[in-house]
Ligand binder design. Sequence first.
Ligand code: PGA
Length: 251
Amino acid sequence: MGSRKPLIAGNWKMHGRAADLAEIGALAETIGAAGSKIDVLICPPAAFVQSAAWQNRAGPILIGAQDCSPNAADAARTGEISAAMFADAGARYVIVGHSERRQIHGETDVLVRQKAGAAIEAGLTPIVCVGETQAERSAGRVAEIVSSQVRGSVPGQGAFVVAYEPVWAIGGSSTPTLAEIAEVHALIRETLAAQFGGQANDMRILYGGSVNPKNASEIFAVDGVDGALVGRASLKAADFSAIILGHPAAA
Ligand code: PGA
């Protein structure tokens, strides 16, 4: 068993305006001392990463980006933002391989791994998302899909985080059972151990998909769950702080 500091990350997706960055300041106040025991991260839209990082430079809330270019070097890539630019703007983490990127933008494991590698090269910690669709779950293919996404998407070296996000649980109201979450987290750690050996015990694996203030604490208590990746319930400080304060480490 490694020593893994919990990480609770908010993915704002394409929500919010500059004025909503005040929620991050409110969050910092509400969580108080829990901010030193748990890594709390907000990933606002790219347009707001720099101002969010500047506003929260005194801590404890960390700022991250959502997605980055696979290109490490500056290049002619209209509309893309490199991991180095996000690092320069004050980001510490970047979410890669989210199911919305995989499904809407057709991102493959190969591309996700390139993005994760570019993030590490820039000094960011990538949060690599994996997860099965409802059809894959119904067909009994969870283990096959999740382990192959992990093998194909995580970088070969450097520190990274894996987020298990069943696609069918994102943006809805249902989550897997606690036993199912435990099972997939164990599978992901075994998959990582096959590649990285004992280091896998130090790697954080988050659960994501319809985490809310009501279900968070029971999910945090599941063996092998090192925190959460939260969408909707991270937009308002009131909801997100209730989730964070529900973590056993916050007590
Ligand atoms: P949700 O989104 O919490 O709104 O279900 C989670 C995610 O997509 O990261």
